[in-house]
Design a protein around this ligand. Structure first.
Ligand SMILES: Nc1nc2c(ncn2[C@@H]2O[C@H](COP(=O)(O)OP(=O)(O)OP(=O)(O)O)[C@@H](O)[C@H]2O)c(=O)[nH]1
Ligand SMILES: [K+]
Ligand SMILES: [Mg+2]
Length: 400
């Protein structure tokens, strides 16, 4: 029996089993069994390199966003409109057959947007090009789930389930469970609060299913069996997802309003070029990019060419900033001067561990080099209140 058939069989057994106190241990065990099989399913088949046929696109820019959705919801139309790169769009399903990259230019950064073939129920088990599409979305920083506003709300749940089946967790943070395998000592089970979904026996049983007999488990939140399995599997990817409801030109205003009020959602119309600003602002926010402007001593920073950092990828400390500029820079740095939101006063003398924020200005002071003494001219005159470097300041030249 193949892995997919085994999963189906266990799913059928779970569906047959009534949920109550007496069956919860058995159901927990079945969940763990499915999770193990799904992980097996993710392993590349023997003899393959693990790469998926022609779907790999070189990473480019400061971040990557994938367009995921059912066929004909308007993914390609959206890519063409946001990036200017043409991706074939048509009224029939599965128009797009590969991965098509484009670039969004936003806030002086470049964000790679990937158009992908439509996926359908069963994608996680390899239906259509589901597996490759999902592999590409896993390589992204965020996912835009494109939905047809005129179609069933169920589509969103189906896609979420498909992505969850391959270990993607959308708009969730990792469960607050400390878990560490040990060599000896049995299982130590602890919690910092009362647990309502799981108890010691159930936890043991799940661990037993994974043949784990020595481990430390500490629940720091009222977690579920699924949370525990996620922590044991350890291969989950936590991603932000924006639900993009397209084609609002074909539905009524009340329905538009309802969709727009849902969390992490944006309503748009490619046909009417409606609400792209809002979508881009949401993407920007979800990416969490941090632009840092370098100020050479005695000179105005170049506000058109930021160093772009990200808390999720690489970090946003002064050290990360220096490493970004040059691998060997760090050993010459004495301290840095910082203007902007992260500074308590202007300029603040900061060490390598200082965490920078979007639109900060940084001047590096090297060992055996004198600094501006707080910068002559405009940047010196700032008050102590932290604030963004304003657009006006960006435009006005710094007099030195
Ligand atoms: N009414 C309306 N139709 C739209 C809108 N955006 C796209 N369409 C139409 O929807 C159809 C499908 O668009 P595509 O861009 O090909 O959709 P897709 O999601 O890329 O489709 P596949 O590549 O087949 O998965 C086309 O006929 C588009 O003209 C919109 O905002 N409103
Ligand atoms: K289409
Ligand atoms: Mg398409």
């Amino acid at each position: 029996m193949g892995i997919i058939e085994k999963i189906k069989e266990i799913e059928a057994e779970m569906a047959r089993t009534q949920k109550n106190k007496a069956t919860e241990y058995h159901l927990g065990q079945l969940k763990a069994k499915i999770a193990k099989l799904r992980t097996q399913l993710l392993e590349p088949p023997k003899g393959s390199s693990g790469a998926g046929d022609g779907f790999e696109v070189t990473k480019f820019g400061h971040g990557r966003v994938a367009l995921i959705g059912f066929p004909s919801v308007g993914k390609s139309t959206l890519l063409t409109m946001l990036t200017g790169t043409h991706s074939e769009a048509a009224s029939y399903e599965f128009t797009t057959l590969t991965c098509i990259p484009g670039i969004i230019h936003y806030n002086d950064t470049k964000i790679q947007l990937l158009d992908l073939p439509g996926i359908i129920e069963g994608a996680s088990e390899g239906k259509g090009r589901g597996r490759q599409v999902i592999a590409v979305s896993k390589s992204s920083d965020i996912v835009l789930m494109v939905l047809d506003a005129s179609k069933s709300e169920g589509h969103r749940q189906i896609l979420t389930r498909e992505l969850e089946a391959v270990g993607l967790r959308l708009n969730k943070r990792p469960p607050q469970i400390y878990f560490k395998k040990k060599k000896t000592g049995g299982i130590s089970f602890n919690s910092t609060l009362t647990l309502t979904h799981i108890d010691e026996k159930l936890c043991y049983q799940i661990l037993h299913e994974y043949k784990i007999h020595n481990a430390e488990v500490l629940f720091r939140e009222d977690a579920t069996v699924d949370d525990l399995i996620d922590v044991i599997e350890g291969n989950r990817k936590y991603m932000k997802c924006i639900y993009v409801y397209n084609k609002i030109d074909v539905i009524g205003i009340d329905d538009v309003d309802k969709l727009a009020r849902q969390p992490n959602s944006v309503v748009i119309s490619c046909n009417l070029k409606l609400n792209f600003d809002r979508l881009l602002a949401k993407v920007w926010e979800a990416m969490g990019l941090v632009r840092v402007y370098t100020k050479p001593q005695g000179q105005q920073p170049d506000f058109s060419d930021p160093v772009v950092l990200s808390a999720d990828r690489g970090g946003c400390s002064v050290e990360d900033f220096c490493n970004h500029i040059h691998r060997n820079l760090i050993k010459d740095v004495k301290y840095v001067l910082v203007w902007g939101i992260s500074a308590r006063h202007y300029p603040q003398h900061c060490g390598l561990s200082h965490v920078l924020q979007d639109e900060d200005v940084v001047q590096i002071v090297k060992k055996k080099e004198k600094d501006d003494g707080g910068g002559r001219g405009r940047f010196k005159s700032h008050s102590t209140a932290p604030a963004r470097i304003s657009d006006r300041e960006k435009k006005a030249p710094l007099k030195t």
